[in-house]
Design a binder for this molecule. Structure first.
Ligand code: HEC
Length: 103
């Protein structure tokens, strides 16, 4: 599947989600969409893993992609599709995940 189609499907899915009352559950749902590209617990070829990053690092990177300070076509699409609150929720959720050893 070409990356652009991938990103489009991602956004369609995001739009379809209802508003969640529980930010932690919402963070988990948002993070599930990241795992299609990012290995959350392992290293994916060519795509940096998110495991082990601190909340501030994830949030700053997403904000940098969002404003174009850091350039990546894919991550710009991903980050601009998230509201600042969602960036906060998904960063908090991802940073709270435990690093698991890879086999
Ligand atoms: C369609 C594939 C794709 C999806 C979906 C995706 N990413 Fe990414 N992400 C990438 C790629 C490719 C890069 C490397 C971009 C670059 O060169 O800076 C990246 C980079 C990042 C970085 C920087 C990592 C570092 O080590 O500096 C963060 C943080 C990040 N993504 C978070 C997320 C989050 C959070 C989500 C879900 C909301 C997400 N990404 C969804 C492909 C994706």
């Amino acid at each position: 599947m070409p990356a652009s189609l991938h990103a489009t499907l991602f956004i369609v899915c995001l739009g379809a989600w209802p508003a969640f009352a529980d930010p932690a559950a919402h963070g988990a749902l948002l993070a599930a969409s990241c795992s299609s590209c990012h290995g959350l617990h392992a290293v994916n070829a060519g795509i940096p893993p998110l495991a082990g990053l601190k909340e501030a690092q994830i949030e700053q990177s997403l904000l940098a992609y969002r404003t174009g300070r850091r350039s990546s076509q894919i991550m710009q699409v991903v980050s601009t599709s998230l509201t600042p609150e969602e960036i906060d929720e998904v960063s908090r959720y991802l940073a709270a995940q435990r690093l698991e050893p890879t086999r």
